[in-house]
Ligand binder design. Structure first.
Ligand code: FES
Length: 117
């Protein structure tokens, strides 16, 4: 097991993460540590990203994941890479992504501690 990064505070999202993704739903929004976060599972890997589009604030839970692993915004269809948040359609609005870890206790989300890089 890899060491747990210390610059993050880890928050339990669910003890049974498969239960939060229902069939036919690609992206779910959860409330964690007083913020809304989108969660998805793409190619068997859990991913987390900001809930609102960095362009004009559309709810990304209403978008979808394309075949290359990009979040497609429902409003203007800009695309954002799930793994690093880059705006891969080139408009210059990067999306915040969050680390996730599957542990025996469930799925955990890492939020960077204040003051860490
Ligand atoms: S609000 Fe998402 S691309 Fe414009």
């Amino acid at each position: 097991m890899s060491p747990i990064p210390r610059e993050f505070e880890w928050h339990l999202i669910s003890a049974d993460p498969e239960s939060i993704i229902s069939k036919g739903t690609e992206i779910v929004e959860v409330n964690i540590a007083e913020r809304k976060i989108c969660i998805t599972k793409w190619q068997e890997k859990w991913m987390a990203f900001q809930a609102l589009c960095p362009h004009a604030g559309a709810p990304l839970k209403e978008g979808y994941i394309d075949s290359k692993g990009n979040v497609v915004c429902p409003l203007h269809h800009y695309k954002f890479c799930l793994s690093n948040g880059r705006n891969c359609t080139g408009q210059g609005y990067d999306m915040r992504v969050y680390p996730l870890e599957v542990r025996p206790e469930g799925l955990f989300l890492g939020i960077r501690k204040e003051g860490s890089k």
